[in-house]
Design a protein around this ligand. Sequence first.
Ligand SMILES: [Zn+2]
Length: 281
Amino acid sequence: MSDATSIAGLTLDEAWDAFARRDRRHDDRFVVAVRTTGIYCRPSCAARRPRRENVEILADAAAARARGYRACRRCCPDSIARDRTAVADATRLIAAAHGAPPPLAALAAAVGYAPHHFLRLFKRDTGLTPAGYARALRAARAAERLRGAASVTDAIYAAGYAAPSRFYADAARLGMAPATFADGGAGVTIHWSIVDTAPGPLLVATTPRGLCHAALDGDGGAALRDLFPAATLVAGDEAHRHWASTLAERAAAERHDPALPDDARRLAFVEAVRRAAASDG
Ligand SMILES: [Zn+2]
């Protein structure tokens, strides 16, 4: 440890703890230099943790270099800002492409990276591949378009699907038949819970088929009533709330980049919730 007693508003114990749990939220707050290897890392580096007595917590890469340390080739602590910008820009390009996302190679080239490296960065920051991100965005748009839609097929094309078959592959996400979803959930009973999470209140709504809606929203369920005016909405019991909390914890454990654009951060978190729910069976 260096002689300072705090860094970036953290005590050295807090900084060490963040490093020990590879917390990405601290990646732009300090670097960790290892005396035995002469290398400095970002807090989230995947490398094995050194012993604490061999570590110096320093303000930034410049401070580490001034003390003779070299940048880790695994976590590339000098490129945090550039990586973040590239991933953020890519989420905007995908959103703008509206259903027909650029191929990985084109997307990576557009933000100045080699495809394989960029794929790894994107996945680390969002928990999704660029293609998976595009698919999730398109499915979310389809759910929005379906609401009150006179024609399911029109809603599918409007959301950016090239063919209805692609949409039906994603339709399990609706938790009910697409036509029923468009009808406001007529005849369906939906249990819902709202739980607190780091990115904000998370609403999780389920039918007997599974999740029918998951969203970060602080409106106390008003959006759910708008989405499913014809359904029977039932506030979740203790077990439902507990399950929702478990999903939220598993999503939070992925530690997506907190510096993502707001809509991308929300999408990444909700998709992690959906993956957690799907892996529950
Ligand atoms: Zn490293």
